[in-house]
Ligand binder design. Structure first.
Ligand code: 5GP
Ligand code: ZN
Length: 114
């Protein structure tokens, strides 16, 4: 997808602090971290947001789950706990229109978020 920053990161046109990659997913540290650990898990396929996911993406979602858990353990935030956030469209605070899963940890996360 032209001009999509996360598509460009997925094909290495734009550099990112990559922490994981496979055929379908990349994960990289957020450029503006909101917690001591803050990374994004991003499907390589250009899916705009959660509303665009369909039944054919069930396997992809299962893979996202496995990668989140694996990276949370690797980054040392699994024991104390962490938060997964999917901002969706304007009111959800989504600024990059390419589906991504925020994983935040390393501090207590207030609820509700501001
Ligand atoms: P959203 O607001 O769409 O849920 O989240 C987008 C996230 O992507 C933000 O937390 C923002 O800091 C991060 N971000 C935006 N551009 C870049 C970039 O070029 N590199 C990295 N690593 N993160 C980015
Ligand atoms: Zn994209």
């Amino acid at each position: 997808m032209a001009d999509c920053i996360f598509c460009k990161i997925a094909v290495k046109e734009i550099p990112a602090d990559l922490i994981y990659e496979d055929e379908n997913l990349v994960a990289f540290n957020d450029i503006n971290p909101q917690a001591p650990v803050h990374f994004l898990v991003v499907p390589k396929k250009h899916i705009v947001n959660l509303l665009e996911l369909g039944p054919a993406d069930a396997g992809l979602l299962a893979q996202v789950h496995r990668v989140i858990v694996s990276l949370a353990r690797k980054r040392g935030i699994a024991d104390a706990g962490f938060r997964v956030v999917i901002n969706t469209k304007e009111n959800g605070g989504q600024t990059v229109p390419h589906l991504h899963f925020h994983v935040l940890g390393g501090r207590f996360m207030d609820w509700p978020p501001g």
